[in-house]
Design a protein around this ligand. Structure first.
Ligand SMILES: [Mg+2]
Length: 227
């Protein structure tokens, strides 16, 4: 029987890809970088590579945030301050809080039946305005942002810190739902709780094997009912 549902936020509950697209376009405009598919894809590749380094513990969060813009500027030949750019980008990003299809409906259905816990790898200045804008505090009993926790998913330390703050927490009664195998599913495995991969884009599975896999959020209630 599941009592605790841990949920990732970005691209599980809130549409981070869309928020990122909008904020990036605004930032590019500000810097005079053309908003072309090629430049957006370049940023996306750089950003994914620095985030993987955070997940592997090879870069700190603050180093990574600056490095992604510094690398982008080097590639496109723009002279700009990566710190200021990151601040501008974050301010724009924090104003975007669109839901993933079916997320609000799922939260409505889960509310009152389960203890809902948000576990997000993110920055406080970006996440809190988005959380407030989407009224997520109406649904979640606890909201953990990795920057405040001091560790990132998939580290077990991140989860231990969260579990300490959840009343009557029991690993056997917990599941995590998230869109990333390398942070949410692997994190859940490190924390020894059940895992459900939200594979909306139909990605090919890797050696990280979730207990459950769904392609639409509407399938998640069915998973909980099996447990
Ligand atoms: Mg995510």
């Amino acid at each position: 029987m599941i009592k605790f549902v841990l949920m990732d936020l970005d691209d599980t509950i809130l549409n981070f890809s869309l928020a990122e697209q909008k904020a990036l376009a605004r930032t590019f405009e500000e810097l005079g970088i053309s908003v072309t598919e090629e430049n957006v894809a370049l940023y996306s590749r750089i950003n994914s590579s620095v985030w993987s380094k955070i997940e592997k513990g090879e870069l700190t969060r603050s180093e990574a945030l600056i490095q992604r813009f510094a690398l982008l500027f080097a590639h496109v030949g723009v002279q700009a301050d990566p710190h200021k750019t990151n601040d501008f980008y974050f301010a724009t990003l924090s104003q975007n809080a669109d839901f993933i299809a079916g997320a609000k409906e799922l939260l409505e259905e889960l509310k009152g039946k389960y203890s809902l816990i948000a576990v997000s790898n993110g920055n406080s200045v970006v996440q809190w305005p988005r959380i407030k804008k989407a009224h997520l505090e109406d649904y979640f009993d606890k909201i953990f942002i990795s920057q405040e926790v001091g560790f990132d998913k998939p580290s077990e330390k991140f989860f231990i810190k969260c579990f300490e703050q959840i009343e009557n927490f029991n690993r056997d009664e917990a599941i995590i739902l998230g869109d990333r195998l390398s942070s949410d599913v692997l994190g859940g495995q490190n924390a020894r709780i059940k895992t459900c991969w939200f594979n909306e884009k139909g990605e090919v599975a890797t050696n990280i094997k979730p207990d459950f896999e769904i392609h639409s959020l509407s399938e998640f209630m069915g998973v909980l009912e099996q447990l």
